[in-house]
Write a protein of this length. Sequence first.
Length: 277
Amino acid sequence: MRVRRSFTVVLVVFALSAVPVFANHSWGSYHWARTQNPFTLKLGNNLTGFWPSILNTTSSDWSQSTVLNTTIVAGGTAGARRCPATLGRVEECNAKYGKNGWLGVASIWANGNHITQGTVKLNDTYFSQAQYNTTAWRNLVSCQETGHTFGLDHQDENFNNANLGTCMDYTSDPSTNQHPNQHDYDQLVTIYTHLDSTTTVLGFPDGVNAAASSLLVPVNIGDDFSEPWQWGTPVAFDPAGRANVFVFERGDGQRVVTHVFWANDGPDGHADHERNR
């Protein structure tokens, strides 16, 4: 059978440019394929410690969308550092990934514009420190990273301006940025207005589309995209000069694109790993 060339995208989220994005904060045109709205996306709970209750809040928040519901299911790999992806759903994981500069990583795999699976990783190395060891910070990062796996981008990427009242906004004070706002829900409606002829969502309503499954090639580059050296070539930088978009060309028509939610440890916005180089 002849299979058209496609590419796999891994999206990993981070705080960067100083220019707010108000009119449109979708991530390109990436979305889950589905044949009707609303659709239900499963979130695999691989979490330990405080995180399962945080995921309950995240799931409840995003399920207020008129086009998207989420439901939490057992992940089966609680505490697993690699956080292996599952076709047709999002896996949520936490671990001590180390003092590498990032708080959270959200990844999507896509064939064309259709998301086929996703992961969210939360770095307990930072969330065990006094600055980030709060419910507010956990809600912000969990909500934002999960939102990225739906195809949402940031509304604003400046840590130090006034909060917009959404978890899709970067901030040095997460107190009022712990949940989605109406603009996030409106953007989801925009992303998911059109319907597809097939689905990439596990169990909805006819399972994962077989064509999408056959095109998916496992991504294996040494480990699990937890470290900057695994992310490939930097292609974009934030106002502080940090590389914030990386591309790894697989050589088989596929690529991995990586975005990171960097920790912010001061008004200059430099992440720990940048300070320690």
